[in-house]
Design a protein around this ligand. Structure first.
Ligand code: KG4
Length: 366
């Protein structure tokens, strides 16, 4: 019998991961290759665009070649924004050349919309019973994208349609984690380290008999924007966050309490900081869920791996009586599978990507 399934090759180079994957019919990941540049950027405490671009150029052929090995490719999909311009260009040019030489269509994909597809990806054969539904059966859903560069609440009236209804007015959630980690000497990127320290601290407190509802957190501000600020952005204040005050509060605390840089106080400080971010995210998500009838919360992006944010959002969704759809851990960060997967659903709605330029400021829903 002829194979009528559609294999899409997805290429992602928007930041510091060179990634490619082949996905069948939008969900089944056949291959997934991610080369992370984190060690190259670590000495600088953040991503250096020129280094990222050069590393993408060096690795793209190898990564794409590995992902394509033994696979039929019916279409090529590529991230064309948002992201770092010199990094995006590498993936886009590679994708254009490949689509042309294979004689298959090229589909341009928005990186953040890709993150919101990651909960629908599964691996054969181990996920034969993977529970997350087909995205087209969802009905209206609320999307939440938390990554190193973005923090957004997105109204998805139907799958493939997006409208941003809330966002951060300054730092993204991942950036807030990374800046705190830098300040506290925990290295880059810091989200995972803060998560692990916080989890261990919480478990130790509970083991000592402290109730989970009475943990001795430092009362850091919960990401509320200053009055009047959101009016400028044209978004509802109750759906926006601002993490700059939280970051300043941490800096002041550390200046006033030098012991905060050392254990055992360090773990309490990071757990309190993480709790402030988690409660800010939970609060805005509750507000967004009150605004409309949503059938699910679709949660994606590197920060969606955070154990505490996952736990508080699980509570929020339980209260609202809707499922929380999250990616398998390996698909939370940047990857080509989310780009290939979304392209399958978007393939009839996008213009010819051969004419596309990289767009570092590409808007969600554009
Ligand atoms: O989605 P991603 O791979 O890249 C962007 O598209 O930006 O996200 C990277 C971000 C980094 O800021 C990293 O610190 C954060 O995700 N991150 C975490 C965790 N794992 C990664 N933040 C909090 N908790 C985690 N477990």
């Amino acid at each position: 019998m002829p194979d009528t399934k559609m294999n899409v090759l997805g290429i992602e180079t928007s930041c510091d991961e060179t990634a490619a994957a082949v996905v069948r019919d939008g969900r089944e990941v056949l291959t997934n290759v991610v080369y992370t540049q984190i060690p190259l950027h670590q000495p600088y405490g953040g991503v250096v665009p020129e280094i990222a671009s050069r590393a993408h150029v060096e690795k793209i052929a190898q990564v794409v070649g590995e992902a394509m090995k033994g696979q039929r490719v019916d279409a090529v999909a590529v991230t064309y924004g948002p992201g770092l311009s010199p990094a995006l260009i590498v993936g886009l040019n590679a994708a254009k050349g490949l689509a042309k030489s294979l004689g298959v269509p090229l589909i341009g994909i928005n990186h953040l919309e890709g993150h919101l597809h990651s909960p629908f990806l599964w691996d054969a054969p181990e996920d034969a019973t993977y529970a997350n539904p087909d995205p087209r059966d969802l009905g209206p859903a609320l999307g939440l994208a938390l990554s190193g560069g973005n923090t957004m609440w997105i109204d998805m009236p139907a799958y493939g349609r997006y409208e941003v209804i809330g966002e951060t007015l300054d730092d993204a959630a991942g950036e807030a984690f990374d800046k705190a980690a830098k300040l506290l000497g925990l290295g880059y990127p810091g989200g995972l380290k803060i998560d692990r320290l916080s989890q261990a601290w919480r478990e130790a407190q509970v083991a000592r008999g402290v109730r989970a509802s009475a943990l001795p957190f430092i009362p850091f501000p919960k990401g509320r924007p200053r009055d009047g600020v959101t009016a400028l952005a044209g978004l509802l204040a109750e759906l926006c966050v601002s993490f700059s005050g939280l970051k300043t509060a941490l800096l002041r605390f550390v200046q006033q309490h030098p012991e905060a840089r050392e254990e055992p106080e360090l773990s309490r400080v990071v757990a309190s900081y993480q709790e402030a971010i988690a409660q800010a995210v939970a609060d805005r998500t509750r507000a967004a869920l009150r605004r409309a009838r949503y059938g699910a919360l679709v949660f994606g992006g590197g920060v969606s791996l955070n154990s505490r944010i996952r736990a508080v959002l699980a509570d929020v969704c339980r209260e609202a009586g809707i499922p929380l759809l999250m990616a398998k851990p390996k698909y939370t960060g940047d990857n080509g599978a989310m780009i290939a997967g979304l392209a399958y659903y978007r393939r009839n709605h996008v213009a010819d990507a051969m004419a596309l330029d990289a767009n570092p400021c590409l808007e969600v829903g554009a």
